[in-house]
Ligand binder design. Structure first.
Ligand code: ADP
Ligand code: MG
Length: 656
């Protein structure tokens, strides 16, 4: 049936629909109400939304308060009198008078002891019922609803992909019945049920995609890597000056198992800051080298690349392993040489930044890919890197412990490996949350640490001052520090707008002790390892997620000195929120709270977390529905047309 022919769709309405992207009957039927207004006389309610019948008992007063117009008056509801206030409905002043019989829709404000009305209707116009609201400019809600109902009879069953039996299992309606409920619910129960059905559908589609990804992963094949176990053992005994923790040993063992299997590894290695992930990547890359394959280590910043390069060469130079560094600051001539040797197979391990993604970077036989701080990379970037080898084994590392709920869902196609123990050489970081009235005390503490030979980080949330926000910029913070400390203390400045050369210079100065304080933005969040730094001061700590704060404080207490972190905030509520950091060092616990407070963005990056945005469902609140959907997805992908449909979707959605 053509949209134009639906009764109620004249030329004017038709054009509005087209503008809204509603081009056929199906898209019309699937334009769901954005909310429902429920009108039902309830009498006065102390809590929740009331629909109360009332009589006005004095002349309404109108007053202006900045941009708002407020009308107030007194009423009688169920024989008691209440004050009522209503915002920005000037027209009411004409119709409301002493004696008017009305229905007030609104909530009782206990603090002000008055009813805040969101709507006031004349009693004779009030109709009980549930009214869908579509928010389509130019078409009244009731009209749009009428048009939809005219179209419902042309609904075609062939548009349904998921067999109805799946919905029925959970008592959800399907097809035409479900559409009728969505557009014309008879009760709140109907609304709840139909929204649950929609949530189920969203989560089912999502789970099917994830399940397909997982299947694809297990269908891939590769040559098993024949590493030399004796060489690996002797490297671990002779080349590493500390004993691996149990979790590190387990991770290395598990990785080796995957290396020698014929299915490519796809592993997410989660470990708190300082839990020692680098050495795991390093041992694994060495194992891969003994099997005559090359490895690639990709990291998000040049500083981290340089640091890893130093670590890898110092550990591996006596073990017949050639390591190279490639970043955007690598000189042209050197770059050419590196690319040449890489292609010939003379380089065993290449470490670098995004520059490694370039098509010019070609391997002889890339067998192992490591992405450090995986959420800093996009789906496409990781895919491009993988495609440089023939189904290489992949290790994704992250220092932001990913909450279990999120990991089980989003990383369902990966093996999860967690390091929960911190090497005993690491100190826990004593953490204090303060308001700014204590800032001078903090500054004096930092001064005393510096006179003991230590160094400090000061972190601000933005680079430049911004009139819109009250956050302190890194520049202003640095200037204040200079003013306070004078010439006694050397302060360096680091942020994302410096050139790579400038950044490298400041970082080097800091690592070598030429600078006492590094005033920085969060560019230092990932991986900077200066064992002499003992204090981390974070300005406007309330601007950051808990996991980020936890990451940041992990920059100190890395050597033999006690680490201290001061989190500065400007109000009591923020103190409450970040208190957990004073109390625990358990990154997993912290991340669970962070997920509740701030959603998945901090863990997945914007691109990945975008995939978790649903119109109805919330994977953290609708856990039961999600679990049902996950279970059903496993069955449904065996149905040919469903598999085919979502296979195509995988490609068009750019899902990894
Ligand atoms: P992250 O997991 O944050 O990347 P790193 O790999 O940078 O942590 O390790 C932090 C520090 O801990 C490094 O200096 C590393 O040498 C050290 N380290 C790693 N494992 C151990 C261990 N088992 N015992 C002692 N020190 C270790
Ligand atoms: Mg690291």
């Amino acid at each position: 049936m053509e949209l134009k022919k639906i009764s109620g769709v004249g030329p004017k309405v038709y054009n509005i629909l087209l503008e809204k992207g509603i081009t056929d009957v199906k898209s019309l039927l699937y334009t769901f109400p954005s909310k429902y207004s429920i009108y039902k006389l309830t009498g006065f309610l102390y809590e929740g939304t009331m629909n109360a019948r009332a009589t006005v008992i004095d002349e309404p007063q109108m007053r202006k308060l900045s941009k708002n117009t407020i009308i107030t008056f007194n009423t009688i509801i169920d024989d008691l009198s209440y004050k009522v206030s209503v915002f920005n409905m000037v027209y009411l002043s004409k119709t409301l008078h002493i004696g008017s019989e009305i229905v007030i829709i609104g909530e009782y404000n206990k603090d002000y002891k008055e009813i805040n009305a969101s709507k006031i209707v004349n009693l004779k116009d009030f109709k009980e019922g549930i009214f869908p609201e579509y928010n389509i400019e130019g078409i009244a809600n009731a009209n749009f609803n009428k048009i939809v109902n005219n179209a419902i009879e042309y609904y075609e069953k062939k548009d349904e992909l998921i067999p109805s039996s799946y919905y029925q299992k959970y008592g959800y309606k399907t097809g035409k019945e479900l559409l009728k409920d969505i557009h014309n619910p008879k009760s709140e129960e109907d609304i709840k049920n139909s929204i649950n059905a929609l949530k189920y559908y969203e989560l089912l589609s999502f789970s099917i995609k994830l399940e397909l990804m997982r299947l694809k992963q297990t269908e891939l094949k590769k040559e098993p890597k024949k590493y030399d176990l004796e060489k690996i053992k002797s490297f671990i005994y002779l080349g590493i000056h500390f004993e691996l923790t149990d979790d590190q040993k387990k991770a290395v063992n598990d990785i080796c198992k995957y290396l020698s299997s014929n299915i490519p590894m796809n592993m997410l290695l989660e470990g708190d800051v300082g839990s020692g992930k680098t050495i795991i990547a390093l041992i694994s890359a060495y194992a891969v080298k003994t099997a005559s394959y090359q490895s690639l280590i990709m990291v998000p910043t040049e500083a981290l690349a340089a640091q890893h390069y130093k670590t890898f060469t110092s550990y591996l130079s006596d073990f017949d392993t050639k390591v190279a560094l490639l970043t955007s600051s690598t000189k042209i001539k050197e770059r050419r040489e590196i690319l040449e040797s890489l292609k010939k197979g003379d380089i065993d391990i290449i470490i670098g930044t995004h520059s490694l993604i370039s098509d010019e970077v070609v391997f002889k036989n890339l067998g192992f890919v490591v992405c450090d701080e995986q959420h800093k990379f996009g789906v496409e970037q990781r895919k491009k890197i993988r495609e440089k080898g023939n189904n290489p084994d992949c290790l994704y590392m992250t220092a932001t412990p990913i909450p279990r709920t999120l990991a089980l869902t989003f990383f369902n196609d990966m093996v999860l490996e967690q390091i929960r123990t911190i090497p005993s050489s690491r100190k826990s970081v004593k953490t204090f949350a303060h308001t700014y009235k204590d800032y001078l005390k903090v500054l004096d503490f930092v001064k005393s640490e510096i006179s003991d030979g230590r160094q400090a980080y000061f972190v601000a949330s933005c680079i430049e001052d911004d009139q819109e926000s009250s956050y302190v910029s890194v520049i202003k913070m640095r200037d204040d520090l200079l003013k306070y400390y004078g010439n006694d203390i050397r302060i360096g400045l680091l942020h994302g707008k410096l050139t790579q050369e400038e950044k490298n210079k400041v970082l080097n100065d800091f690592m070598e002790g030429g600078i006492d304080i590094l005033a920085s933005t969060t560019v230092i969040e990932v991986g900077i390892d200066n064992p002499n730094a003992s204090v981390m001061v974070i300005i406007d700590a309330n601007k950051f997620g808990l996991s980020t704060l936890h990451q940041l404080r992990g920059r100190v207490g890395r050597g033999s000195f006690e680490g201290y972190s001061f989190l500065m905030v400007d109000n009591k509520e923020s103190l409450e929120r970040i208190k957990i950091l004073e109390e625990t060092q358990d990154g997993f616990l912290i991340s669970e709270q962070d997920l509740r407070d701030r959603g998945p963005g901090d863990f997945l990056g914007t691109e990945q977390s975008g995939m978790l945005k649903f119109d109805y469902a919330n994977i953290f609140r609708d856990v039961n529905i999600l679990n049902n959907a996950k279970k059903d997805a496993k069955e449904l992908i065996n149905i040919e047309n469903i598999k085919e449909f979502y296979d195509k979707k995988l490609i068009s959605d750019n899902f990894d």
